[in-house]
Design a protein around this ligand. Sequence first.
Ligand SMILES: *[C@@H]1O[C@H](CO)[C@@H](O)[C@H](O)[C@H]1NC(C)=O
Ligand SMILES: *[C@@H]1O[C@H](CO)[C@@H](O)[C@H](O)[C@H]1NC(C)=O
Ligand SMILES: *[C@@H]1O[C@H](CO)[C@@H](O)[C@H](O)[C@H]1NC(C)=O
Ligand SMILES: *[C@@H]1O[C@H](CO)[C@@H](O)[C@H](O)[C@H]1NC(C)=O
Ligand SMILES: *[C@@H]1O[C@H](CO)[C@@H](O)[C@H](O)[C@H]1NC(C)=O
Ligand SMILES: *[C@@H]1O[C@H](CO)[C@@H](O)[C@H](O)[C@H]1NC(C)=O
Length: 600
Amino acid sequence: MMVNLFFFMMIIIFIISRFINVGLSSSLEHDSHLLKRGVVQQKYLEITRPLPFANLTPSCTLPILTHDFGNTMGLPPISVDYTPPEKCCWKHVALQFNASCKGVHEYDRIAAVWLDGVDLFRTSTPEPTVNGVFWTVTKDVTRYSSLLVKENISLSVMLENLVDDVYTGVYHVNVTFLYYDIDDMGVPLSSRSNRKLRLVDDVFVDNRIRGDKQATAADLIMPISGNGGEGFWFRIQSDSELHGKSVIIPKNTYKAVMEICVSFHGYDEFWYSNPPDSYIRANNLTSQRGHGAYREVLLNIDENLVGSVVPFPVIYPGGINPLYWDPVVSIGAFDHPSYDIELTPFLGVLLDGESHFLWFKVVDCLPFWLVDANLHLWVDKQYTGSDCQVQAKIIDSGTPDLEMERSSDFEGLDGSCEVEMKRKSQYRGWVKSSAGNLTTTVSRQLKFKNKIKFHDKGNEKKVKQKVKEKIEISVASERGIKISHTSLKRKYPLTITTKSSKEDDGTISMLSELENELCEKKKWSEGDSGSCSSSLKNGQKCKGRMNVQDNVVVQGEATTEQSYSYNGEASSYSQEITAANGRLINDTANYFNLASFSTM
Ligand SMILES: *[C@@H]1O[C@H](CO)[C@@H](O)[C@H](O)[C@H]1NC(C)=O
Ligand SMILES: *[C@@H]1O[C@H](CO)[C@@H](O)[C@H](O)[C@H]1NC(C)=O
Ligand SMILES: *[C@@H]1O[C@H](CO)[C@@H](O)[C@H](O)[C@H]1NC(C)=O
Ligand SMILES: *[C@@H]1O[C@H](CO)[C@@H](O)[C@H](O)[C@H]1NC(C)=O
Ligand SMILES: *[C@@H]1O[C@H](CO)[C@@H](O)[C@H](O)[C@H]1NC(C)=O
Ligand SMILES: *[C@@H]1O[C@H](CO)[C@@H](O)[C@H](O)[C@H]1NC(C)=O
């Protein structure tokens, strides 16, 4: 009986929510504490499909790092030596990140894993309970194979954590590499001769976002990152900061893709819900969360803008209402998406043997953004001598087209503001390598729209955002014959509604609803052999309430529904879950894998 009683007791711990309406109490904005239930160690998870080779036994396993992240605030990352296992045959590699934590905490945290300065993985941490939480993420890192074969390089993990008399949660982290020797010939025979290639493609497609087909991993990956003292990412504090690196790329490079990794924190954690500064000033608010609700990471080569990213709004496990994310975290929270930008048309600039400055800035940003990138390069192994250099030239760098409109209409704390942005670009360049003289054309259209409405003296806030992007990459021979075509369409709509009110008992209650979705459709074809496609629709709907008193939430409840559906050439996966108040109450999954990989 005593035991049962214990289980029915609500265990209250303090979790900070950082998403409170400005109207009622701007003083609450940064640190109101929430309650969280929890009686046993809770497993947290992000819904995603299994890796195609998840069921196979790895041919080798390399436990690379075990570390307890205690009071690590301001410290450099933990680094260990990496050397691949000896006498191990592998074609695919997965990184497994396991972590657990028990104790009282003030915030969720961001953690990252770098190999030789290359950003392999970013995860945010769930807010722990006194009974403990744990989570595990397995990520396909095969696209970093050229690094994973290297000996004596450094693997670094950063997780800045605060531990003192009040906050007691230490994160225990294990990082393991799993090597798989998948026989690509083991896939079912198909009448279509390029079946094998298609299946391999599917393996390489990232679980959620990949801007490009990566039939083979790059031959070389150059980190565009910092020196590592404060993590290898660049810490971007304002719109006026430029961060990047000068690089000289090999003269026999014939293909280049920049993979951008990004996360947003501090005053910009909820950038998509920030009102314009004029609103903050006019109402004498103390909030620092302004600069409006549009952010874009710009990628430049020397003086030229070559691409941009409006990141998917990953909500960290303490975000909006922390009770939403227990035990299912938000889309991307445990395995942050990265974004690929095809740079092959720019090889005409990069291949001149000179050093070029590749750099980022974040438009309108507030402190702080963590941005770094991995430059994936494919080199022509038949072109190695100094006189048989790959040649390249930009044919058309177009004039990137940007339209931007901002409007706002406020009366006191009520009113609305809107930002709309459209970007259109087309880049074309030829590259002559041993494969021939191929012309790559990259076209892109990006549409961004954000509207924020305040009612009821700012106590009701509605955020509606839409991001839509279409990228097409085509490669043609010198005679104009189509070699390959890839098209990627993605959109991520987001709506958040929050209503705060003062209750008779002196607490502030906040009702909230959230809908966040990631949709991606991809089509690719080689020559005239018909096209392949994959699609993903991953959406979450959350509803909840929390009551805050003296910055402590004394009550709350939340429901999260998620629907995940992926259809690829070789597999399909769907999962529907409902989580409520810390429990999974419904979880159905269907997995169909045509590939049935075999190990050698
Ligand atoms: C990590 O977690 C997975 C899944 O729970 C488990 O199979 C694996 O053994 C764990 N690895 C380590 C090193 O703890
Ligand atoms: C990490 O690995 C050690 C040793 O295998 C194990 O005792 C511990 O439970 C693991 N921790 C996590 C969080 O996986
Ligand atoms: C890596 O380090 C080991 C031990 O110091 C050494 O024997 C080996 O030659 C090194 N490998 C390379 C590629 O430098
Ligand atoms: C803001 O402060 C100024 C100066 O203290 C005051 O005149 C003005 O009425 C205040 N505005 C609001 C909306 O409170
Ligand atoms: C490669 O092809 C383009 C047009 O497709 C042409 O303008 C260029 O001169 C060719 N380059 C070489 C080195 O032949
Ligand atoms: C669980 O899912 C089943 C099948 O989709 C559905 O019939 C049922 O109503 C769901 N239950 C809850 C509590 O959501």
